[in-house]
Design a protein around this ligand. Structure first.
Ligand SMILES: C[S@@+](CC[C@H](N)C(=O)[O-])C[C@H]1O[C@@H](n2cnc3c(N)ncnc32)[C@H](O)[C@@H]1O
Ligand code: SF4
Length: 344
């Protein structure tokens, strides 16, 4: 039997293991509390008997991610981390300090298969999915390193969360548990490039997380040039899935729109976008595109971005311009990892 990763399991799943080896069910909760505190060895679990520790050794292990490198912004204290997984793979995480608390941005896959033309995370393709425990450990490590409670999570590092659906759902269950990190669903944002069937599946679960859709284009034609997923699902399919999500959850959806010079940043594009989103309970987050070595895209000017915003606002679509965090350590998402891999 393959050993189970305790950090990837819910209390109920650990209870099942504990009962299988003839111990009392409540021990499951105690073990969950230890692993979710970041304890990595069974010996430190002081309220667990030696017999149970022996059984845990036999049937399970605890994920152990390590910090490989850390860069701290001199401007706003934003921290970028490279994490080393047990199989030698490298992923990225970011910690940002806001007035309303500390936010952790985590990865959900090593690399990404989706092939968006502006994104550094997809350059080497998808290596593998992360387990829920590997997502939890990124948060535990950043929290430990920073010394303050992380109150918000964004699943916006490398990878497409809805392409690693079941482990991401497990992660949401675990991170929300009051015996563990206890981060409320309303403080969690899941960002997706728009996998339509999975958006509908997620809608059915009615978990009150924030959903962000990486839209980036007002028409199928432009979106297909930027994001291969747009060839599989049209904007009509995507917007219908969002409407279904809203019907089930009644929580405002965020649309992310990275402005690229001359590609999607003209007034006509803002008009088209307003038409597309009319009537939806939503908010548009305008992002100056981060330039990635591997692509030819250029940033729109601040003036153009402001004009784009004002067209949306005039049409009644709420829009904000994302504040850049850690501008001095600004490596676009996935870029830090790529540079590291290329130079080692
Ligand atoms: C790296 S993705 C991970 C989550 C998910 N795969 C998605 O696409 O939403 C997080 C966000 O970063 C955006 N992004 C990726 N590359 C970017 C770039 N070069 N400049 C600005 N935003 C970028 C994505 O479009 C997405 O909105
Ligand atoms: S933007 Fe998201 S979906 Fe697209 S390649 Fe990057 S990580 Fe993958």
């Amino acid at each position: 039997m393959a050993k189970e990763d305790l950090l990837s399991l819910t209390i109920e799943e650990i209870e099942a293991i504990v009962e299988k080896v003839g111990e009392k069910k409540y021990r499951g909760k105690q073990i969950f509390q230890w692993v979710q505190k970041g304890i990595k060895d069974f010996e430190s679990m002081t309220n667990i008997s030696n017999t149970l520790k022996q059984a845990l050794h036999e049937y399970s292990f605890i994920t152990n991610v390590e910090i490989e490198k850390k860069v701290i912004s001199q401007i706003d204290g934003t921290r970028k981390y490279l994490f080393l997984l047990e199989d030698g793979n490298i992923i990225e995480g970011v910690l940002m300090q806001y007035k309303h608390g500390v936010t952790a941005c985590i990865s959900c896959q090593v690399g990404c298969q989706m092939g968006c033309s502006f994104c550094a995370s997809t350059v080497g393709g998808l290596v593998r999915n992360l387990r829920a425990g590997e997502m939890i450990d990124q948060i535990l490590l950043m929290q430990q390193d920073f010394g303050e409670r992380i109150s918000n999570i964004v699943i916006m590092g490398s990878g497409e969360p809805l392409h690693n659906y079941s482990e991401v759902i497990n992660f949401l269950k675990i991170v929300n548990n009051e015996n563990g990190l206890n981060i409320g669903n309303r403080h969690i944002t899941l960002s997706t490039c728009g996998l339509v069937p999975e958006i509908k599946k997620l809608a059915e679960l009615q978990i009150p997380i924030n959903l962000a859709i990486s839209l980036h284009a007002p028409s199928d034609e432009i979106r297909q040039k930027m994001m291969p997923i747009a060839k599989k699902y049209s904007l009509t399919d995507l917007i219908n899935a969002c409407a279904y999500y809203l019907k089930k959850n009644n929580r405002r959806i965020t649309f992310e729109y990275a402005l690229v010079k001359d590609i999607n940043d003209k007034e006509i594009h803002a008009q088209q976008l307003s038409q597309l989103l009319k009537g939806l309970l939503c908010h548009v987050n305008l992002i100056p595109i981060n330039m990635v070595d591997e692509t030819q895209y250029k940033k729109s000017t601040q003036e153009k971005i402001k004009r784009f915003q004002s067209v949306l606002m005039k049409q009644g679509i709420e829009a904000t311009i994302r504040r850049e965090m850690g501008a001095d350590i600004d490596a676009a998402c996935g870029q830090l990892r790529n540079n590291y891999i290329n130079n080692t």
